[in-house]
Design a protein around this ligand. Sequence first.
Ligand SMILES: [Mg+2]
Length: 190
Amino acid sequence: MHIGLDLDDVLASWQDSFLGFYNRKHNTHFKRKEFSSYKLWEILGCEQAYAYQMVDEFYTSSFFSDIPPIPGSQKAIESLHIQGSRLSVITARPHYIQEESISWVEKHFPERITSVHFVGIYNENTSTAKKNICDKLAVDAFVEDNLDTAKACISQCRRVFLLDTPWNQGATNGIERVKSWEEIIQQLKI
Ligand SMILES: [Mg+2]
């Protein structure tokens, strides 16, 4: 089985790490559970451009280089590897942090990920871009935390798992909403 994996908030604990950075800089106390929207600026109460600027700054900080893996992800990836799955990361992280991203994947999931694909960010529809890569790689299952992307990627020959977060609530129409990596492994019956 070929499994596609989003990187942020699927393998890497992006939101918590970003909020650690943002809260320290602004002396604020935002928490992950408050983020009922994928659009950070709507919750942070700032301009979109400022939110993007903060994300760029975050990428140069130790909060970014020290992002921990999502709980259960390392064990799950190990199980998938042992049972013979091919694993590809498909991420919307910007190209300028490509090297750091690949190093992070190799550090936390050594020799377990076949390839890392970057679809770009901000100026293109990342949902469509991820779907196109899923199709090109003939991915059988895809794990994502963005509801729109999950909807775009589902097809008759592909299961899509949505890791439940405050920002991806809503109807899922065939997408398999899961609470944890353990649940994904159970659903895949590995
Ligand atoms: Mg994500």
